[in-house]
Design a protein around this ligand. Sequence first.
Ligand SMILES: [Fe+2]
Ligand SMILES: [Fe+2]
Length: 169
Amino acid sequence: MPISKAMADAINVQIGNEFAAHFQYLQIATYFHEDGLPQMGAFFDHQASEEHDHAMRLLHYLRDTGAKVAIPKIAAPKATYRSAKEAVSLALKQEEDVTAQIDGLANLAIDERDHATRAMLDWFVTEQVEELDTMGELLQIVARAGEANMLLVEEHVRRKAAAEFGTAE
Ligand SMILES: [Fe+2]
Ligand SMILES: [Fe+2]
């Protein structure tokens, strides 16, 4: 069953939001790589690739339902940060915004009794719980360590990545 024009339009907007998140994370990753914090840089590179996957997941859904794909204009990311804490705060704010956007899409799917889209969005609802938890925890650790102790945060991020991806060396 094809989805409504309103639903397709809203999903296209979200494709733009996910690509905007992708670019924002690439920009934050670059800040950390250039600031001598390669583990933080790698963490945000990985986040960036996840956001790209989210955009593609939505795009493929539009294709599967025969809806029109129309990728919107993507706003430029914020490119300068005064501190690690500011960069991670921006990341958390972005995840909070995306969570609200996903909830809005889910509300629309429910209003339209569009069960296919609602079921597709379940994955995103669950993903956002994890994203908020991950970014909230990182901000807490960065705030606790302080700018002078970011190498301790590097070690934390390295250990966590090793546990998650088996990339210990
Ligand atoms: Fe996302
Ligand atoms: Fe995310």
